[in-house]
Structures are given as C-alpha cells and as structure tokens.
Design a protein around this ligand. Structure first.
Ligand code: SF4
Ligand code: SF4
Length: 102
C-alpha cells in the first residue's frame, strides 16, 4: 500500500519514547528514541522493523483513527482529521528533555 506509506512525513516522532500519564496526557521524551531512527527521520531497518524492534508498531487505518499515542502532529493524525475519521480525544503532550525515563 504505497499511497498509505507515503502519508508518513518521516518526522520520527513516533519512534521516541513516551509514557502515558493519564487517559489523555503523555510525556514525550525528546532525547530517548529507538536506536534504529536515523537523523533524517528514516528507519535503518525499515523492511524488517517488526522483527528487529518488537516495540515498533505498524501504522494502520484503525490506529490513524483512534490511537492516542500518536503525536498530535503525526501526518496520519492530520490525514485522519482531514477525512473526518479521527475519533481519539485530543491529548496533551508534555515534552521532556531528560535522558532517562523517570
Ligand atoms: S524500528 Fe520502528 S520505532 Fe525504530 S526507528 Fe524503525 S520505525 Fe521507528
Ligand atoms: S509520527 Fe507519524 S508522520 Fe511522523 S514518522 Fe511517525 S508515523 Fe510518520
């Protein structure tokens, strides 16, 4: 589904660590990211990412529609909003510059 993958802006935001604080609040760790994330936002194991990195999640239509853990500026979230099919509540993202999880 190349058209679907092309929606991704390769910002890399979803490859950073995040912790859910409550139903609609997350801490997003700017300095803690997947070791496979390159500086340009691409993935160095893209074609085998789900085997190599067990925490890596496939982007699906359902997730674009409902996942609260996607960054608010994710291109899939914006795409779903444009198509009026984004049903997840707006979440507050608190950006942390810590080098470790609290
Ligand atoms: S393995 Fe998954 S989480 Fe890690 S950089 Fe690649 S796409 Fe992102
Ligand atoms: S946050 Fe969204 S747009 Fe950015 S890399 Fe992840 S899936 Fe792609």
């Amino acid at each position: 589904m190349k058209w679907w993958e092309k929606i991704c802006a390769q910002c890399g935001s979803c490859c950073h660590e995040k912790v859910r604080l409550s139903k609609n609040r997350y801490v997003y760790y700017e300095n803690i990211k997947c070791p496979h994330l390159r500086d340009d936002g691409s993935c160095d194991v893209y074609h085998e990412r789900f085997c190599v990195s067990p925490g890596c999640k496939k982007m699906t239509l359902l997730r674009a529609m409902t996942a609260t853990w996607l960054p608010p500026d994710c291109a899939y979230v914006e795409w779903a909003k444009r198509h009026h099919i984004r049903f997840a509540p707006e979440c507050e993202w608190i950006v942390s510059l810590d080098e470790e999880l609290d």
